[in-house]
Design a protein around this ligand. Structure first.
Ligand SMILES: NC(=O)c1ccc[n+]([C@@H]2O[C@H](COP(=O)([O-])OP(=O)(O)OC[C@H]3O[C@@H](n4cnc5c(N)ncnc54)[C@H](OP(=O)(O)O)[C@@H]3O)[C@@H](O)[C@H]2O)c1
Length: 269
């Protein structure tokens, strides 16, 4: 990858869904890309398509973020290409179905490594370098689940997303005035492969299509929020309404509501 004048966006989880939509959006804005995920075939196809269509440079870096060595290896590949990261999109993630006590600790440890450790491990060196260069943006994909009280099952999901929200809010303030923007993005239901991967798709038939956003809509709102350096954004009018309403309720009442409604998209077996 030549050291171009174009800025570079590193996007995790770029092989599908919201991450792929970020890749397309930044490519259309003239960014070079470093795309990472486990499925290298998908990354390479996307990289070839976007490089040709937008005349940009695109690196495809295979990595499993459950491996604690992965963040440093991803950053090394980019440094070896003599590139700095102008935008980091910490997007990779998944839902771990089942109850806490019914899921092995090994699986939950991996989940924490992907959803929390990798996010912070990538953000740390990027934030240092961006601050030194006086510019840059970090976009962390959280979820409405990180802002509302939890229901039973998928037990660590909301907790990891709450951490991503709080981490982003704090880092946003820490970097205020440095030229580095930090934003947590909280989507609600979004049309991606997320609910196929977590096995909930079959039980979600009763949820109306209007409850979902497209990945492209989430990304457009995220880019506007990052440009405005908003620390947290809930995407979609409906999601903002739901979060606002639940915040007005006493927490135990809100928790009962979430427990009732999340049955459709939380598998507990
Ligand atoms: N869809 C929703 O309703 C929704 C709502 C709120 C928040 N979110 C959040 O949005 C983000 C993107 O999810 P999505 O909806 O776009 O889901 P998706 O279509 O399933 O895409 C998930 C991406 O994460 C990558 N990924 C998963 N595990 C990984 C690992 N161990 N190492 C590296 N990459 C990994 C996947 O790539 P590989 O499988 O190729 O590795 C894929 O590119 C996640 O953080 C999710 O929690 C989604």
């Amino acid at each position: 990858m030549a050291n171009a004048d174009r800025p570079l966006a590193l996007i995790t989880g770029a092989s599908a869904g919201i991450g792929e939509a970020f890749a397309r959006a930044y490519a259309a804005r003239g960014f070079d890309l470093a795309l990472t995920a486990r499925r290298i075939d998908r990354l390479e196809n996307l990289a070839a398509e976007l490089a040709q269509r937008h005349r940009i440079d695109v690196m495809a870096i295979p990595a499993d973020l459950a491996d604690r060595a992965a963040p440093a290896l991803i950053l090394d590949s980019i440094a070896q290409a003599d590139r700095s990261i102008d935008v980091l999109v910490n997007n990779a993630g998944y839902g771990l179905p089942g109850d806490y006590v019914g899921t092995s600790w090994a699986d939950q440890q991996k989940f924490l490594d992907v959803m929390v450790t990798a996010v912070c491990a990538l953000a740390h060196p990027c934030a240092i370098d961006m601050k030194r260069r006086g510019k840059g943006a970090i976009i962390n994909i959280a979820s409405v689940a990180g802002l509302v009280p939890p229901g039973p099952g998928h037990t660590l999901y909301g907790a990891t997303k709450a951490l991503v929200v709080r981490f982003s809010q704090s880092l946003n303030q820490e970097l205020a005035g440095t030229g580095v923007h930090v934003t947590a993005v909280c989507p609600g239901l979004t049309w991606t492969e997320f609910h196929d991967v977590n096995g909930a798709r079959a039980s979600m038939g009763k949820i109306p299509n209007s409850a979902y956003q497209t990945a492209e809509a989430v990304v457009e709102e995220a880019l506007a929020a990052s440009a405005a350096n908003r620390p947290v954004i809930v995407t979609g009018k409906q999601n903002r309404f739901i979060v606002g309403l639940l915040r007005l309720m006493p927490e135990d009442m809100a928790m009962r509501e979430v427990a009732k409604r999340s049955k459709a998209f939380r598998r507990r077996d």
